[in-house]
Design a protein around this ligand. Structure first.
Ligand code: 13P
Ligand code: SF4
Length: 301
């Protein structure tokens, strides 16, 4: 039996469902029951019939799925797969901001630890951040951890005052404007589609800014035939699947999230067979961080 058949067999035997982010390896996306961006996956994770969720992504994704589904078993194919940005804020600074601004809302990008979510008022993803921040009654927003997504949201919601944190995604932050410009010189007809975790200079020359699923939908619906993609290279698989007649270009230094790439078919099979790498969250953390996640799902409806 080949590995894919074995995964299917164990998935059935364990009454499991496989969720995968667009950044994981294509062969893992191929065997997933649901593939999507962080927002889609957090919505999907609520209300699944299966007892076990295998989450092909990084730690905060599995942790959020567990927080939203306390009765389910959530398994991570690689427990060391983590998002560097998820740790780039701290509770003391949040408290300092709360002491400084009376009407502050602490808005937490879902790419954050459960501990940070506990100290936040609401979570957002790159797909719903603008909508949710607009809907908040608060004038002052402390947006953690990502400075780039914060800047992008602040530009879209000028009626609010933002306090910025200095976190960033190393994969997007280190993309080079000159490399994007070089691809544009080679393909002048191509539109530039960018994730809001990118630096401002790249956003400024972009034709579209949005989450991974936003980028995929935009390219799929566009009459244009060529696109320069400024986000992690895992999205190439879905872009090409949906658009076999279109061309997708990446910068010379392809953006790769090494943590997302830790997920392999072997590891998916291993956790299905053994039940290893289960996500555990204490009741206190689940209750407190769950509020911010549930508020996101409510406000984004
Ligand atoms: P999405 O919100 O588009 O899923 O992005 C998640 C992420 O990790 C971006 O680096
Ligand atoms: Fe985190 Fe960046 Fe990897 Fe996304 S691409 S999971 S933000 S390190």
């Amino acid at each position: 039996m080949d590995m894919i058949d074995e995964i299917k067999k164990w998935r059935k035997e364990k009454n499991a469902v496989i969720l995968a982010h667009y950044y994981v390896n294509p062969e893992v996306q191929q065997i997933a029951d649901y593939i999507g961006d962080s927002f889609y996956l957090s919505k999907v994770a609520v209300g699944l019939n299966e007892q076990t969720i295998v989450f092909c992504g990084v730690a905060f994704m599995g942790e959020s799925a567990k927080i939203l589904n306390q009765d389910k078993t959530v398994l991570m194919p690689d427990k060391s797969a983590d998002c560097a940005m998820a740790h780039m804020a701290d509770a003391q600074t949040i408290q300092k901001m709360r002491d400084t601004y009376e009407d502050l809302a602490v808005v937490c990008y879902i790419n954050s630890t459960a501990e940070l979510k506990r100290h936040s008022d609401v979570c957002v993803t790159s797909a719903n951040a603008v909508q949710i921040v607009k809907a908040l009654p608060n004038k002052h927003i402390f947006f953690i951890p990502d400075k780039n997504l914060a800047r992008y949201v602040a530009q879209q919601v000028p009626e609010k005052e933002f306090v910025f944190n200095q976190g960033y995604c190393p994969v997007h932050e280190h993309m080079k404007l000159r490399e994007v410009k070089r691809v544009k010189e080679l393909h002048p007809e191509a539109e530039i589609l960018t994730h809001p975790e990118c630096p401002e200079a790249i956003c400024e020359i972009s034709d579209y800014i949005g989450s991974t699923s936003g980028i995929i939908s935009y390219a799929t619906q566009s009459p244009k035939k060529e696109f320069i993609i400024c986000t992690e290279n895992g999205v190439r698989y879905e872009l090409e699947m949906r658009n076999p007649d279109k061309q997708f270009y990446f910068t010379e230094t392809e953006p790769v999230c090494m943590d997302m790439k830790k997920i392999t078919l072997e590891k998916v099979l291993h956790v299905l067979k053994t039940g290893e790498n289960e996500v555990h969250v204490t009741e206190k953390v689940r209750e407190e961080s769950g509020k911010a996640l549930e508020r996101m799902l409510e406000l984004a409806k």
